[in-house]
Design a binder for this molecule. Structure first.
Ligand code: FMN
Length: 328
């Protein structure tokens, strides 16, 4: 990065389990060259004891790409951060926002907001091991620990361990009695608290996450934050990424002109994926949103979410779907 180049994390697509896999990211990268992309969360256990290449492999075009880890054991985090760096990821991010019961039992995710020193120890161990940045994605609190003073204690403690960029999902997580899905909607968004953090820690960088839907909103938030992170809206309406390079990075890129252009590039990708033993639907399930707002959108989605599962020739169904959006 030169001194004048924009902060790489100005616009990021959120880590989303089961959604932002490598096929999804390859697709999103066709729409923006500069947006930062995130892996799904991978637990340290899965990387150390499981099939690491399955979790870590990606296409070089996906960079800048952040590996998101779930875990709290400093030594294991360091080991996994090293793997991520060796694999070619551009940054390591620690998940301190996921409220699932399953992960709480293993001290992963949002429950770690109650253990700032443990998070700091993990961050320090990773920073001592890798040269790429180590960042933290967190909530503004958890039930029972949701005062601003406690949030400041969390960020301050983790910052002392060397984390310089915090991605704030601007709502608390409720650790009992609310599903992960409800935890993304029910606790109210408090952008004001995230903004206060940025004012109180002027030496750190903060990205805002939660409920952002348009690039106009992104531009407004970027007046107060170093970066914005969007999750569900990008997945539902990926075409909005097309203007990210020009509008948010001021770097006119090579944005695709039509959805057809993107889908034809994905067709080549699908053929490569299939020749390596993959299935068409592994990829096409991520493409449904690209037709959002178009007259043929329903037909497009029907072809790719229903018909494609009932045919012996899924690539042909994919071609029919491309036809629906021809020239758009
Ligand atoms: C299907 C799904 C899976 C998610 N998985 C993760 C995850 O692996 N790690 C994480 O930090 N957050 C995860 N999240 C939360 C998002 O990263 C993000 O914080 C949240 O959706 C709020 O942003 P949004 O309103 O722009 O979607 C997930 C969200 C969704 C919808």
């Amino acid at each position: 990065m030169t001194q004048d180049s924009p902060f790489p994390g100005r616009f990021a697509v959120a880590p989303m389990l089961d959604w932002t896999d490598r096929h999804c990211r390859y697709f999103l990268r066709l729409l923006s060259k500069h947006a930062t992309l995130y892996s799904e969360m991978v637990t340290t256990g899965a990387l150390i004891h499981g099939d690491a290449p399955r979790h870590l492999d990606f296409d070089a075009s996906e960079n800048p790409l952040v590996l998101q880890l779930g875990g709290s054991n400093a030594q294991e985090l360091a080991q996994c951060a090293r793997m991520g760096e060796q694999w070619g990821y551009s940054e390591i991010n620690l998940n301190v926002g996921c409220p699932s019961d399953r992960v709480q039992n293993n001290m992963i995710g949002a429950c770690l907001m109650g253990h700032p020193q443990l998070v700091a120890d993990g961050v320090k161990a990773m920073r001592d091991t890798v040269d790429i940045p180590v960042t933290v994605k967190h909530r503004i609190g958890i039930n029972g620990r949701d005062s601003y003073e406690e949030l400041v204690d969390f960020v301050g403690t983790v910052a002392e361990a060397g984390c310089k960029h915090f991605i704030v999902h601007a709502r608390i997580a409720i650790l009992e009695g609310l599903s992960p899905k409800a935890n993304r909607d029910v606790p109210p968004l408090r952008y004001d608290i995230a903004r206060q953090l940025r004012e109180d820690f002027p030496a750190l960088q903060f990205s805002l996450n939660g409920g952002i839907k348009t690039l106009d909103e992104c531009e407004q938030h970027l007046e107060h934050f170093d970066g914005v992170m969007l999750g569900r809206e990008v997945y539902a309406n990926p075409w909005l990424m097309r203007e990210v390079d020009e509008r948010l990075y001021g770097l006119p890129g090579h944005s695709p002109q039509t959805r057809t252009e993107v889908l034809l590039a994905m067709r080549d990708y699908i053929e490569r994926h299939c020749s390596n033993g993959g299935k068409v639907v592994h990829v096409t399930r991520h493409l449904l949103g690209i037709a959002q707002g178009f007259p043929g959108a329903r037909r497009f989605r029907q072809l790719l979410s229903a018909d494609i599962h009932r045919t012996d020739n899924p690539l042909l169904v994919f071609d029919q779907a491309i036809e629906v959006l021809q020239g758009r």
